[in-house]
Design a protein around this ligand. Structure first.
Ligand code: SAM
Length: 212
């Protein structure tokens, strides 16, 4: 059973983080950070892998200029349609091309269509076991100097813990994603094709800039 004290501490920690970040004018979550980065990069063509109900997609579409495009991939159209009225209300639906598919198939299709090296930015927030596969494909899709961002790369901080530090109950809760993300972090840290920055925003965001 969850200890009420740990819930209380968690609420205090999250509130303190948000207050600190707003006072210091630092983005409090990945949506705010995405928006800031896309504007700084003047991004016009982006891709999102893993949409769900479209929180990060809405942040992206709001940050892009009017004629820009975000290709949003998710096999779950139903979830996307839950958030769609809010995207429409925000007046940014025309910037979004939703692709109802798994991402490996959809990205391969884009590459076959000759879109290699044409994307400014990619945001990945989907099935963690495929992140390394997405990395290989997205490095082709994103232009030199473009950026790929991977969400949840801290996995509640558990990527930094040794196996012995985790109780069986906790291991069951966090599942195999901790291992997939740990492998990804090691892989990215050794990838000479990118510049890497690991941010402790939200659940951890890894930014990869394509070098060549
Ligand atoms: C954590 S949610 C995405 C959250 C979203 N970025 C947001 O900000 O609200 C993960 C999404 O990844 C999608 N997903 C799972 N496997 C996928 C795959 N193979 N290709 C693309 N999307 C996938 C799921 O359907 C789910 O909607």
């Amino acid at each position: 059973m969850i200890n009420p004290k740990s819930i209380y501490l968690c609420i205090i920690k999250i509130s303190a983080k948000f207050i600190f970040r707003s006072v210091m004018n630092v983005p409090a979550d990945e949506g705010q950070l995405l928006s800031m980065m896309l504007k700084l990069m003047n991004a016009k063509k982006t891709i999102e892998v893993g949409v769900f109900t479209g929180y990060s997609l809405l942040a992206t579409a709001l940050a892009l200029p009017d004629k820009a495009k975000v290709i949003a991939i998710d096999p779950d159209r139903e979830a996307y349609e839950v958030g769609l009225p809010f995207i429409e209300k925000a007046g940014v639906a025309h910037k979004i091309q939703f692709v109802n598919s798994d991402a490996v198939t959809a990205i391969n299709q884009l590459l076959q269509n000759g879109e290699e090296g044409t994307f400014d930015f990619a945001f990945v927030d989907a099935d963690k076991e495929n992140y390394i596969n997405y990395h290989e494909l997205l490095l082709k899709l994103v232009r030199v100097g473009g950026m790929i961002a991977y969400d949840n790369t801290l996995w509640s901080g558990t990527v930094a813990l040794a196996d012995d530090d985790l109780s069986q109950e906790w291991k069951d809760q966090i599942g195999e994603n901790r291992i997939f993300l740990r492998n990804l972090n090691t892989f990215l840290a050794n990838d000479s094709r990118i510049d890497l920055a690991h941010l402790s925003i939200g659940d951890g965001l890894s930014l990869c800039r394509r070098l060549h």
